[in-house]
Design a protein. Structure first.
Length: 760
């Protein structure tokens, strides 16, 4: 019962077929070739967009900063020069998360280009604020520049049928504050329509359409018909819907807009850092994002928007450059057909005396072993890398040169798969293992059909092809090599693309997710592996050599990755440092969250003691060191507590534009009010941290202060107020970083923080 699926006389075609599958896999996962940046007047040009980008994205512009004000004024001027009606929407934004309430004054830029016979509104959305430590050339300056270039190209080709609205929002980095204000207050938001939101989580790679609103069938049809190089798939839509992440798209979709959300995400080691610069931005990524933006704006701008309603989603993914789509109603029938074909393959294999049912069952159960082991080892690989190179800890798994490590993940997974397969090949038989390998993808496809239909194709399509390939191989032995290779080629067109996207998005810190997909791909290749193996059983020595070779490749790739991914001025390591002054005691401290302080950071910190820090300040394990105190006054908080409600007036005598209140009890209802403005309420649930259960942030604090009230359980409340200013150049004793070091993405770094603690 250990007969092979591919007989000896088809060994050479089988080997060639396996090589062809690997070629399909490599080219399927690779990025598309980006178009040239130069373009005629009526087309999108990255070169022209980059010229726009230089006008506002050369310095950090966090919400409330002078740089943000300069960027806003520049964008207003440019849009008016293009003939659009422009207004600045100023209001108080609000955002709630677990144990957290964030408020801030936002200044959205809203520009309108009326249509000739509108059936609705097409809303282009991107944000002009950046993270506090970098100029945000990609996040999200490139998308804003693409909007300016799109408007210019549209003016060349004539007016659109539908109204076009540009929302260049403020405060996205602090919780989509500007988009929330637009959705809540602007009359244009009440009209609804189609929203096209544009983001970036890196500086490279193709623009991926990664999120849609529900019932997206007509939207996907327009996307498929109008975009020349469509990228992204419905598994990303499902994954993003299940994640707690949000962008401006979340608020705009919640306001009733239907739409699409796009971003590029390779080169993510630059995300939210000082390296997110125009020099590091790949013009091809901007070109692809801009071409998609222009094409979709023209398509939706000329469509009857009333016809975009649908009652279902589409599943969509790319295979060999084509966008394949089918309705979500087909997902479950396909998954059940896959199961039926797999059962049929088992029955036929049993009839042909290639397997026994017990061995097939054991094979299916054993297939869980490589999946679990590969995921665990992938996570342990990241822990090992951080132990060897502690600088990686602050990079959150998003490394400058990750390719060798991705290949190491693949080699590590191959080691596990080879060991599993060779250990059981003789005992259970190759046909039983091939059938068992398809069991769990088949089960996953059925489960996804109910939980996340858009992601089911990752499992169902290759597993269905695999089951059909096994059936054909057994029915037509003469063509067995072709049938099995064709099935593997289907897997090669689907799974590696998704695996690469997951790796680019999650990095090595969550390498187990990528490893799971690589294992999945390997299981689909199990039948093809028989083309490379002799009919007779491998000796124990040969099996050990095979596993050892794969393991050696893993080690070599890890060592190569460490050798290649060195830090320098173009690929800096990250650091974390803050200056904290406790205005109650007059003591100041340097604070760092680095696992092992860099040589530069070690000039400032050297102790693990946090006793000198203000109450509720510490988050996680920190390094500290004494600092000379600044002669400044701490944040001023006055107010009273009545019952379970605390009413406060908060200001910063030293003129800080950001203030944080950390509360020693969980907060529920929180309200903020600007002087002379209306109160903006938020509902908050959950606990922020064990150190401080509740937190309230206010960005762009006015000089006269702000009114804040919140509810907690009864009894006295301790509030630690922290006013923050960006940059450390004003801190006593500060020495600039060397060229190969930059500020990390942790939000409490590169700040001068002055605190006072109050009780009410």
């Amino acid at each position: 019962m250990n007969g092979k699926l591919i007989s000896t006389r088809f060994r050479i075609p089988g080997v060639l077929a396996v090589l062809a599958v690997l070629v399909v896999s490599v080219f399927g996962a690779a990025s598309v070739q980006q178009p040239e940046s130069a373009a005629p007047a009526g087309q999108f040009s990255a070169e022209r967009a980059i010229a726009e980008l230089r006008g506002f994205a050369t310095e950090p512009r966090p919400m409330g900063s002078a740089a943000a004000d300069r960027a806003r004024d520049h964008l207003v001027e440019r849009l008016r020069a293009e003939g659009l009606r422009v207004e600045v929407q100023s209001s108080l934004g609000a955002y709630a998360a677990t144990g957290l309430a964030t408020f801030g004054q936002v200044d959205n830029v809203v520009a309108t280009l009326p249509g000739t016979a509108p059936t609705g509104t097409v809303l282009l959305a991107a944000h002009y604020d950046s993270a506090g430590v970098g100029p945000g050339a990609s996040d999200d300056g490139a998308s804003v520049a693409a909007m300016l270039e799109t408007v210019r190209a549209l003016r060349e080709s004539g007016p659109l049928r539908n109204d076009l609205v540009l929302l260049i929002s403020d405060g996205e980095e602090d919780g989509s504050l500007g988009a929330g204000v637009f959705a809540r207050e602007h009359p244009l938001a009440a009209r609804g329509g189609v929203v096209l939101n544009w983001e970036a989580r890196g500086v490279d790679g193709p623009s991926l359409m990664f999120e849609t609103t529900q019932d997206n069938a007509r939207l996907i049809e327009v996307f498929a018909d109008s975009v020349e190089h469509p990228r992204g798939d419905s598994s990303m839509v499902e994954m993003y819907r299940l994640m707690p992440n949000s962008t401006d798209f979340t608020d705009l979709a919640g306001a009733g807009f239907a739409g699409l959300n796009s971003a590029y995400l390779e080169g993510s080691s630059r995300y939210h850092t000082a390296s997110d610069t125009i020099a590091n931005l790949n013009p091809g990524s901007l070109q692809h994002q801009g071409e998609n933006m222009l094409a979709l704006t023209r398509a939706f701008g000329g469509a009857d928007l009333a016809d975009l309603r649908a009652d279902h989603d589409l599943v969509y993914f790319r295979a060999l450059g084509l966008l394949i789509t089918y309705p979500d109603a087909v997902v479950l029938p396909l998954a059940l057909l896959n199961a039926l074909l797999l059962v049929g393959a088992v029955v036929l294999a049993r009839y042909r005396r290639l397997v026994s049912l017990p061995r097939t069952l054991l094979s299916a159960l054993s297939a869980l072993v490589p999946i679990a082991v590969a995921v665990v080892l992938a996570q342990e690989l990241w822990s090992l890398l951080v132990a060897v190179r502690p600088d990686y800890d602050l990079m959150n798994g998003l490394l400058h040169r990750p390719l060798a490590f991705l290949l190491a993940l693949a080699a590590l997974t191959a080691t596990v798969l080879i060991g599993w397969y060779l250990a059981l090949r003789t005992r259970l038989g190759p046909t039983a293992l091939a059938l068992g390998a398809l069991t769990w993808p088949t089960v996953a496809g059925i489960a996804c059909a109910s939980i996340a239909p858009g992601a089911a194709f990752v499992f169902t399509v290759p597993a269905l092809a695999g089951a059909l390939g096994l059936l054909l191989a057994m029915c037509f032995p003469r063509w067995s090599a072709i049938a099995i290779a064709a099935a593997a080629a289907v897997a090669a067109m689907v799974v590696p693309v998704v695996a690469r996207t997951v790796f680019n998005g999650m990095g090595l810190a969550l390498g187990g997710a990528t490893a799971a997909l690589i294992v999945l791909f390997g299981l689909f290749l199990v039948p093809s592996g028989e083309a490379l193996l002799p009919d007779r059983a491998l000796s124990r020595r040969s099996a050990v050599v095979a596993v050892s070779t794969s393991l050696a490749a893993t080690v070599a790739l890890v060592l190569s990755g460490l050798a290649i991914d060195q830090f320098d001025a173009q690929h800096p390591r990250r650091s974390h440092l803050a200056y904290v002054l406790n205005a109650d005691t007059g003591t100041a401290s340097w604070v760092s969250a680095e696992t092992k302080p860099t040589g530069w950071t070690a000039q400032f910190v050297g102790s693990r003691s946090t006793e000198a820090l203000p109450p509720g300040y510490a988050r996680g394990e920190l390094w500290t060191g004494p600092a000379r105190p600044l002669a400044v006054e701490g944040p001023r908080v006055t107010g009273s507590r009545t019952g379970d409600t605390t009413n406060l007036h908060v200001s910063s005598p030293r003129g800080a534009r950001s203030v944080v209140l950390r509360v020693d009890q969980p907060i529920t209802e929180v309200t903020a009010r600007l002087p002379g403005g209306a109160a903006v309420p938020l509902q908050v649930s959950g606990t922020r941290t064990a150190t401080w259960p509740g937190e309230i942030r206010f960005r762009d604090l006015p000089p006269e202060g702000v009114e804040i009230s919140f509810r907690t359980r009864g009894g006295q409340v301790r509030v630690t107020a922290i006013d923050e200013t960006r940059g450390l150049t004003g801190a006593p004793g500060f020495r600039p970083r060397p060229a190969d070091l930059e500020a990390g993405t942790r939000e409490d770094g590169d700040l001068v923080a002055v605190t006072r603690t109050y009780r009410f």
